[in-house]
Ligand binder design. Structure first.
Ligand SMILES: NC(=O)c1ccc[n+]([C@@H]2O[C@H](COP(=O)([O-])OP(=O)(O)OC[C@H]3O[C@@H](n4cnc5c(N)ncnc54)[C@H](OP(=O)(O)O)[C@@H]3O)[C@@H](O)[C@H]2O)c1
Length: 229
């Protein structure tokens, strides 16, 4: 068994590289691309987002298409992948849509000192996992692999992207560029500062470019484990 899941990072950015407004969610994609993302979700065992995305976007992170939900059920899977989040402060509301009583399992990773507090707040709606003194995405990924996650989708936000990319544990990047500008340096970008493995001397491998209505999907292979299809 591989020591971590196949990891696919999926994100929509504005032309100027932002993933949201300064204080609000932005719908950057179009319907056809949301449907493509839904298909990617349906193909994964787990979806991970940062706690800030849970707080700001209040996402449900469920597979929307009934046909895809039924197809997963026919394979003996939950209709939607396991939802995973990570928090350093456990300031998460158990009534958030992420934790709703739906068909998806929920896992919350947090640092050891917070586990008791997080279990008090969220223990009735999620499995709270001790992520160690400080949560590292490589260790978190290894733990997910042990829980049977073979295919992980990382869906934001920038803080989480940055850690997965700088730790070099992303196999595939799917980046959708939307035809809008945000133009506000207070808004979150695709990634934060960091030392990324891809630069002018090690360029990422672009494997596909697809126009989907008014957005463009760029697919990059970021590791030798990249799977085309
Ligand atoms: N365009 C898109 O495709 C897309 C997708 C998703 C999100 N977004 C946007 O992204 C924005 C949020 O991005 P963001 O970078 O500010 O936040 P984020 O990555 O969603 O979440 C960051 C939070 O996650 C927790 N966290 C991350 N790494 C951790 C670690 N190693 N250990 C412990 N906790 C950790 C911390 O939570 P605590 O604060 O609880 O400690 C941290 O504040 C939102 O505006 C959202 O709309 C856009």
């Amino acid at each position: 068994m591989p020591d971590r899941p196949y990891t696919l990072l999926s994100c929509s950015v504005s032309i100027d590289g932002y993933i949201a407004g300064a204080a609000s969610r932005l719908l950057l994609s179009n319907d056809a691309d949301f449907d493509r993302v839904d298909a990617v979700r349906a193909s994964c065992d787990a979806i991970l987002v940062g706690a800030k995305t849970v707080r700001i976007d209040n996402p449900r992170l469920l597979v929307r298409s009934q046909a895809r939900r039924e197809e997963r059920a026919a394979r003996g899977l939950a209709a939607s992948p396991t939802k995973v989040t990570v928090t350093g402060g456990a300031e998460l509301d158990a009534r958030a849509d992420f934790f709703a009583a739906d068909d998806a399992a929920k896992i919350v990773y947090c640092p050891s000192p917070l586990v008791a507090d997080a279990r008090k707040r969220l223990g009735s709606v999620a499995t709270v996992v001790d992520g160690g003194e400080s949560v590292k995405m490589r260790a978190l990924s290894a733990d997910l692999a042990e829980r049977g996650v073979e295919r992980l989708m990382v869906e934001g936000g920038g803080t989480v992207h940055t850690q997965f990319l700088t730790e070099d544990i992303v196999d595939e990047l799917q980046l959708t560029v939307a035809p809008v500008f945000v133009g506000d340096s207070q808004a979150p970008r695709f990634v934060r500062d960091g030392r990324f493995p891809w630069n002018t001397s090690r360029r990422a491998a672009l494997v596909d470019v697809r126009q989907i209505g008014d957005v463009v999907l760029l697919r990059y292979a970021l590791s030798s484990r990249f799977q085309d299809g």
